[in-house]
Ligand binder design. Structure first.
Ligand SMILES: Cc1cc2nc3c(=O)[nH]c(=O)nc-3n(C[C@H](O)[C@H](O)[C@H](O)COP(=O)(O)O)c2cc1C
Length: 356
């Protein structure tokens, strides 16, 4: 397990250990898509991670899809994030903002009045989404973005990146999977466009590559990462040839000198996601999905991965790195309280008593 506790450099990010906290939406934001002091406490408790990747943060009011999720598109939100970042830094931690635009995976009841739901094509996702006021509701029908509008959505990501750095975040990560906006552009099932942002694989990768380029232009690529999971079917996502799609995305991104790619494996998928990332991306690879501490250490020892991220294990084990270090058992989280408002099931999982 020793390799988990060794430092690693990802671009310009220097991690003190290789145990990364995976991004997790927890629905604790306040009205106005506002980060809160409770969220500051949650992230501060988990600052022992080599790097925290935050929950998905919307770059615009249009980018919100779920209830009580935060944005970073105005000054008040940016200041609130600054307090969160400062709390993590005060504990010696590193924190990267995951920028997540939900696109069609949304419902108006979860969104600020006046905002819209947009997507590459006007195709409603099959399924339902939770709303606080009316329970489960069918996904809304998105409006297809006009070609002339796409650049302004790219600009939203660049502006959000600027705000993240203003707030003191160490880096930013583009959420490029799980059925959200970049994944909707990438996939044949959600992108029926006939302009330069659709059609061939070169067209479908154009939007996420434009976004990554715009994010990297803010302060270089060394503090920018992106998250992929080829053949991920979450949120009604369907792509005819994810291997081909993600090969093109990784090859395009390889020119941007980015800090890392964060790959979620899918054991029964059509693609070896970690293998693909390693083969086509020349930088560092963070692996994710159901790793135990031992398996993660093996992947680091063999040189397969530079770091491993843990999601669910961090929910009930704020001191996860310490537990790995001391060989202590892990606590289980309560799924019923994952997204409930308030401290319950969020900041009330205790760390183990100190060894001293
Ligand atoms: C409650 C919850 C919320 C999540 N929200 C996000 C998210 O906002 N962005 C993201 O990229 N992945 C999200 N994920 C996926 C996790 O980052 C991670 O890929 C998944 O939990 C598998 O890793 P694990 O086996 O270590 O838990 C979420 C997972 C959970 C359990």
């Amino acid at each position: 397990m020793d390799s988990l506790f060794t430092p690693v450099t990802l671009g310009r990010l220097q991690l003190r250990n290789r145990v990364v906290m995976a991004p997790m939406t927890r629905s604790r934001a306040a009205p106005g898509d506002m980060p809160t002091d409770l969220m500051a406490e949650y992230y501060r408790q988990r600052a022992g991670a080599g790097m925290i990747v935050t929950e998905g943060i919307a770059p615009s009011a249009n980018g919100i899809g779920y209830c009580r999720t935060p944005g970073i598109y105005n000054n008040a939100q940016t200041e609130a994030w600054r307090r969160i970042v400062e709390g993590v830094h005060a504990e010696g931690g590193l924190i990267v903002a995951q920028i997540m635009h939900c696109g069609r995976i949304a419902h108006p009841l979860n969104k600020t009045p006046g905002s819209e739901t947009v997507a590459p094509s006007a195709i409603r996702a099959r399924g339902e989404i939770y709303t606080d006021t009316e329970g489960m509701q069918p996904f809304t029908m998105p409006r297809e973005l006009a070609t002339s509008e796409v650049a302004s959505v790219v600009a939203e990501y660049a502006a959000a990146t600027e705000r993240c750095f203003e707030a003191g975040f160490d880096g930013v990560e583009l959420h490029c999977t799980s059925g959200y906006l970049p994944a909707q552009f990438l996939s044949t099932g959600t992108n029926l466009r006939t302009d330069a942002y659709g059609g061939s694989v070169g067209g479908r990768v154009r939007f996420p590559l434009d976004v990554l380029r715009a994010m990297a232009r803010v302060d270089g690529g060394g503090r920018v990462g992106f998250r992929i999971s080829p053949d991920n079917r979450f949120n009604d996502l369907q792509d005819d040839d994810p291997q081909d799609t993600f090969t093109a995305l990784l090859a395009g991104a390889s020119e941007l000198k980015l800090a890392y790619v964060h790959a979620i494996r899918i054991p029964r998928g059509r693609v070896d996601n970690i293998g693909l990332a390693r083969h086509y991306f020349p930088g560092r690879v963070i692996g994710n999905e159901s790793y135990s501490g031992e398996e993660a250490a093996d992947a680091l020892d063999s040189g397969e991965l530079a770091a491993v991220s843990f999601g669910r294990a961090f929910i009930a084990n704020p001191d996860l790195v310490d537990r790995f270090w001391r060989g202590k058992p892990l606590a289980e989280f309560d799924p019923a309280r994952l997204y409930s408002p308030g401290a319950d099931g969020y900041t009330d999982y205790p760390a183990l008593p100190s060894a001293r």
